[in-house]
Design a protein around this ligand. Sequence first.
Ligand code: FAD
Length: 508
Amino acid sequence: MKTETPLKNIVIVGGGTAGWMTAASLSHLLRGKYAIRLIESDEISTVGVGESTIPMIRLFNTTLGINEDEFMRETKATFKLGIEFADWGRAGERYMHGFGVLGQPLWTLEFFQYWLRAWQAGKAPDLEHYSLNRMAARAGKFMRPQPEMPNSPLADIPYAFHLDAGLYARYLRKFAESRGVVRSEGKVVEVRQHDNGFIESVVMENGLAIGGDLFIDCSGFRGLLIEQTLKTGFEDWSHWLPCDRAWAVPCESNGKLQPYTRATARPAGWQWRIGLQHRTGNGHVYASRFMSDDEAASILMKNLDGKALAEPRMLRFTAGKRKQVWNKNVVAVGLSSGFLEPLESTSIHLIQSTVSRLLNFFPDTGFDQADIDEFNRQCEFEVERIRDFIILHYHATERGDTPFWDHCRTMDIPDTLRRKLELYKSNGRVIRENNELFTEVGWQQVFHGQGVRPRGHHPLAGLLDEKDLLGFLGNIEQVIGKCVDVMPTHDDFIAAIVAAAPPDTARR
Ligand code: FAD
């Protein structure tokens, strides 16, 4: 029988998005049973550019009991129905990875296979016509799901947010502090360890030593505890994901709020555009091996929708992951645990899922290695599958017009991705393993959008009479069109939320 005692003190080092998301969820879910302290330094700035999210963030907000309209106003957020990729598979082409389902299944087969059969025969329009999210995004429309209409596509409209990362951290700080999290301002200058290597305390510039049982490293790329102290090691994936820098700059909004993120391929990377209520966030992610910093900045500044609101800021990174996300009594959350570029907006999600996994494997003072190993195994599986999905966007391209695209098209890829690609190329099948983050529908949209073409389709999709097949597809397309017609515009939807602000907050 174990005799270990419960933990008492949790210390979070870092107050960026990762630090405050962790503080907010632990303070809420651990219900005041643990002392939680967060240390951050105003002198060390946060990355502050995580602005595009995926639908799971709604689960995070709901679990914390956050009022969504209040959150939208406080973080100047807009809604996101998917991501548009321009010039990726081929220059001049665009497609969207929309959240949510495609059409509806029939008998034992998923919708995609029926569509594939008709499309291969030249008898169906593009996949987009069967996705409510994609058609609504194109039309600039938005509506929350209508669960009271279970037979309508409007019952299921998965969505995420574009948000101002600085305002989000401030909002979560208020939330966490009101639930007992104590914030210490200042720089950590020394880390003390027990004889077994576990962290004993972190020492601030003023000499104050802050001790703890569990340390959460949210110190960003530097990984103050997980790497600088524990030397955990980093697995570098830059041979698959060569982009290593980004210029970021906000600009004035062009007046229309698009309910999707735009990712436009550039000669040595890609550019994001994320519309918020008060400004548009932009960034150019590029591979410094293939493009100079000056050229990358110039491309960004020439491709803004409005006047720049600041000088561009450069961020450097290396794609890859920490060899162990949990090492001894340190759990790395956020950029300290590794980094995948923001092409599919997954970093904030990884913060959320790591915290949720930590709660599943929450330790006592014994820090059982079996728990830690399983936690690390799950983190590894999750991030490797996301990595594969991102590599797909670069690799599955016909572009060879620049050395960068030629490299991506011809480079070696992970075996896990190769297997998925080969399977899809046979009959359009996608298998989702062990709850990996991106669904079959996500993979299908990106495979197709990037120009990967299956040799055939599922044989059972051929059993349907062609007249019935085309009727089935036509009916879905028509219903989706009608649904989009009744949705309000995204601009009007946001305006209504802003207008409903309680009087004391409306002028902020
Ligand atoms: P940081 O923001 O770097 O915060 C580190 C914190 O640690 C700071 O508070 C700092 O003061 C503190 N600190 C560090 N050292 C010390 C010390 N010695 N003493 C005291 N305090 C210390 N994610 C998305 O989900 N969607 C996106 O669209 C997206 N876009 C991105 C674009 C780019 C170019 C980059 C680089 C990242 C993007 N991300 C995105 C990722 C996202 O920005 C991060 O996941 C998120 O901001 C979390 O960062 P963090 O809190 O881990 O680190």
